[in-house]
Design a protein. Sequence first.
Length: 268
Amino acid sequence: MSGDLPEIGLGTSGNTDPEQCAASVETALEIGYRHVDTAQMYDNERAVGRGIRSSPVDRDDIRLATKIHPTNLAPEAVRRTFEGSLERLGVEAVDMLYVHWPTKAYDPEATLPVFDELYADGLVEHVCVSNFTPALLDEARAILDAPLFANQVEMHPLLPQTELVEYAGRHDLYIVAYSPLGRGEILDHPVLTEIADEYDTTPAQVCLAWSLDHDRVVPIPKATGRDHLRENFAARELALDDPAIDRIDAIDERRRVIVPDENPWGIR
């Protein structure tokens, strides 16, 4: 699969029950999802791969992403552990491969050339990074030969990532928004509940519609049950008017739900 990312994808972080994970991936593909996101850190690549293989959807129609664990980012470990990811996923290549966090074994001058090699070998269609600041993005783009395709970061109405969204627009990158529902911790915010009532929908759909209102932002909410998978996917059809978007943008509370173990960038 090449070209643009589908509007909304399936996140799988925390979905470690093998049967549930495989079933949720298969159900999501049945509903219409075509972007599935996993990682070495999630310990569910094998289940994700099983869900994809169980689906009648052609592999070429699915954007499959995984991420190299921060402890595996030394150059000799990137390729070796990536081969393990391919084996667990049961695929010959992935569409998107991420540097998961720029910490621990990450050394841009040593790590990123291996991503270039995997790209040149046709094992990775798009090189991506996750949790990168603008300065780290500048550094990565200067080192990589392959074009940088996406930066995956936590993004939701209480963490709008305005600077990174603007950066992505200037440099033709995607922002892949993980935890776009704030892991459920933000869904009782009065602005979101009021707008949900006005549109006869749910705060979750309001959050996703707000994400989708941004150019080149692709939310990847996690869900397991069919009803929640359908609810999230249906957010593509919800168009918030400008006053609703403005009310969400005016929320001045900031909340991060994923806090890194190591934080050399001063992320708050």
